[in-house]
Design a protein around this ligand. Structure first.
Ligand SMILES: Cc1cn([C@H]2C[C@H](O)[C@@H](COP(=O)(O)OP(=O)(O)OP(=O)(O)O)O2)c(=O)[nH]c1=O
Length: 187
C-alpha cells in the first residue's frame, strides 16, 4: 500500500516517520472555515477528511492518503492559529489557569472510502502572567499552532498535566493512525 501524508506540517511528517512505513508527502490547500452551528468535533473531522480527499487528488489512484487537523476548544469555542499578537494574547488569557480540549482528527482515504478518528485530550494550563504571555509570543512558536501554543516546545512549562494523548495535542495521534492504516490494509 502506497502511503501519502497530505500535510504541510513538519511535525506531522516527523511523527508519521515513527510508524516505520515509507510515505510521501503532498501539500494540498484546504479552506479552514467553521460553519455556523458546526460543533468542534464535527468541524475538525471534516477538515481532516477534506485534507485527505484533497491529497488524494494529488496522489496515485491506489494511494492511502492521510489528512489531519488540530484545534483547541475552550468553552465550546474553537481556537485555531492566532492571526496576530492580540489574537494570541486573547487566546492565552482564555486558556490561563484552567483546562481546555485539544482535538485532533486523522482521516485515511483509501480505495474510495474515508475513515476518520477524532482524539480529544484535556490540557491543563497554570495561571499565566502578562509577562509570560508576551515572552512566549516573542519566541515565534505560537504563530503556526492551533490555540497559539506548542506543548512540545516552550509552552510545556505552562502545562501542569494532560488527560489523553500527548501526540494528539502535538498534531498526529499515532495509535489511531496505525489503526486506520491496518484497517485499510485489511479491506
Ligand atoms: C495544540 C498544538 C498544536 N500544534 C500544531 C499542530 C498543527 O500543525 C497546528 C494546527 O494546525 P492544522 O491546521 O491542524 O495543521 P497545519 O496547517 O499545521 O498543517 P496541515 O493542515 O498542512 O496538516 O498546530 C502543535 O504543534 N502543538 C500543540 O501543542
Amino acid at each position: 500500500m502506497q502511503l501519502v501524508l497530505a500535510s504541510s506540517s513538519p511535525r506531522r511528517q516527523e511523527l508519521l516517520q515513527l510508524l516505520d512505513r515509507p510515505f510521501s508527502v503532498v501539500k494540498p490547500e484546504v479552506m479552514e472555515q467553521q460553519q455556523d452551528g458546526e460543533a468542534a468535533e464535527r468541524y475538525v473531522a471534516r477538515l481532516a477528511i477534506d485534507k485527505a480527499l484533497a491529497g488524494a487528488k494529488l496522489s496515485a489512484a491506489d494511494a492511502a492518503v492521510i489528512g489531519s487537523d488540530t484545534v483547541v476548544v475552550c468553552d465550546g469555542e474553537v481556537l485555531e492559529k492566532p492571526v496576530d499578537e492580540n489574537d494570541f494574547r486573547a487566546m492565552m488569557t482564555k486558556l490561563s489557569g484552567r483546562a481546555h480540549q485539544a482535538m485532533t482528527a486523522v482521516a485515511l482515504h483509501y480505495n474510495g472510502a474515508t475513515n476518520v478518528k477524532v482524539v480529544s485530550t484535556v490540557v491543563h494550563f497554570k495561571p499565566l502572567t502578562e509577562a509570560e504571555i508576551g515572552a512566549y509570543w516573542q519566541t515565534g512558536e505560537p504563530a503556526d499552532k492551533a490555540g497559539g501554543y506548542g506543548i512540545q516546545g516552550r509552552a510545556a512549562k505552562f502545562v501542569t498535566h494532560i488527560e489523553g494523548s500527548y501526540l494528539a495535542v502535538v498534531g498526529l495521534p499515532l495509535y489511531e493512525t496505525e489503526q486506520l492504516i491496518q484497517t485499510a490494509e485489511r479491506s
